[in-house]
Ligand binder design. Structure first.
Ligand code: CIR
Length: 254
């Protein structure tokens, strides 16, 4: 059974980091309710959900994906690119130590888990405002002796690599080609997001299903046509904090 580690919405969510979105009022109670439904969805899809308590002083801590990169062999604790997010990692490291050997990215490296897209033994990492070359090199050293090949991927216009591309079936990726070079995914079948839905490339594959925001009907129709089995969730309030579906969990398999 996959384990999904989540963290409850912080009461301080409205003070989140924002890079590409303007600040708009966030209803924290609604965000928390949407997050609970997201957790229930993961449970319905067969995950054992380990839900960590809310952190009152860490606005972005619900976006737990950014704090670690977990493969079968090891958990790599990140050093988030946003200084305000660095205190998020310690409690996550303590939990992950129950499941994996734990290693860490060290200064001056920075890395956000949202930049890390694993495709089999290939690990693509967005060279972004959050993840620097030193962080990517450290990740490469930490994962290479477990047989992974880490590749830096240039990005433009978005926060993280997984804002621009995610995997939706074993051989299909969902891509916003305006934000990442689609040639990166040669060898995969590619589904492009509908141009009017730039944020639509973030999907969370859980087993053979895909958790997907209900906010992108045109791109969802493309996924349907390609027979990608999606399970819709409403994460509209979390989206105002620049979060989406991958960022709210760490999924441990194997
Ligand atoms: C941030 O800027 O760090 C948060 N407001 C959003 C993080 C979203 N993380 C993700 O998509 N992996």
């Amino acid at each position: 059974m996959p384990i999904a580690i989540t963290r409850k919405v912080s009461p301080a969510l409205a003070h989140c980091e924002l890079t590409h979105l303007a600040r708009t009022p966030i209803d924290v109670e609604l965000a928390a309710a949407q997050h609970e439904e997201y957790e229930r969805t993961l449970a319905r899809l067969g995950c054992w959900v380990v839900s960590l308590p809310a952190e009152a002083d860490l606005p972005d801590s619900v976006f737990i994906e950014d704090t670690a990169v977990v493969v079968e062999e090891v958990a790599v604790i990140t050093r988030p690119g946003a200084r305000s997010r660095r205190p998020e990692t310690a409690p996550v490291a303590a939990v992950l130590a129950k499941y994996r050997p734990v290693v860490s990215i060290e200064a001056p490296g920075t890395l956000d888990g949202g930049d890390v897209l694993r495709l089999g033994r290939r690990v693509l990492v967005g060279l972004s405002e959050r993840s620097n070359r030193e962080g990517i090199d450290q990740l490469s050293r930490l994962l290479s002796h477990h047989g992974y090949k880490v590749e830096a991927v240039p990005l433009g216009g978005c926060l993280h690599l997984k804002s621009a591309a995610t995997q939706v079936t074993p051989d299909t990726v969902l891509v916003n080609p305006a934000w990442v070079d689609p040639a990166t995914f040669s060898g995969f079948t590619r589904i492009d997001v509908y141009a009017g839905e730039p944020y639509a490339a973030n999907a969370l594959m859980v087993g053979d299903r895909v958790v997907y925001p209900d906010a992108f009907p045109h791109t969802a129709a493309r996924l349907d046509r390609a027979a990608v089995p999606i399970v819709a969730v409403d994460v509209s309030e979390l989206a105002k904090a620049e979060g989406a579906v991958t960022c709210c969990s760490l999924i441990l398999t194997g």
